[in-house]
Ligand binder design. Structure first.
Ligand code: FES
Length: 127
């Protein structure tokens, strides 16, 4: 998705699309966007953290509010810290969903994309 060398270590989340081939009944779609992730790297760190951009409340797309330094969901006004924590009061029952990520030997950032059930306190992956 991106190289560690190209992700500034300034603690600012950057948005990346999740793109894959998919089949809808008998129609195939190549390289379709199916979601997005926010990835950030702290100062001097060689590791990254990733959050799903899907709101845990009802699945809308969470946007970054650079002015307020937080994430906001436009659907029902949930707000989250840049670490994904809930800013109360919030209709979201849980923080933003973190995603597993690793850096491979070539320095590429690999994020394991997953969808989770919305509207519940527990983070439960959809099959
Ligand atoms: S879907 Fe995000 S606040 Fe409701």
């Amino acid at each position: 998705m991106a190289d560690l060398a190209n992700l500034p270590d300034d603690g600012q989340p950057r948005q990346f699309p999740v793109i894959t081939d998919r089949v809808d009944a008998w129609t195939g779609y190549d390289a379709e966007p199916i979601g997005a992730v926010y990835v950030k790297r702290e100062k001097g760190s060689d590791t990254v953290e990733a959050l799903s951009a899907t709101c845990p409340h009802a699945g809308c797309f969470v946007e970054m509010d650079k002015e307020s330094k937080c994430f906001r969901c436009p659907c029902h006004n949930s707000a989250f810290t840049l670490d994904g924590g809930i800013v109360a009061p919030s209709p979201s029952p849980r923080p933003m969903d973190s995603l597993e990520c690793q850096i491979d030997k070539s320095g590429s950032i690999l994020v394991k994309w997953q969808n989770f059930y919305t509207g519940i306190e527990e983070k439960v992956a959809r099959p």
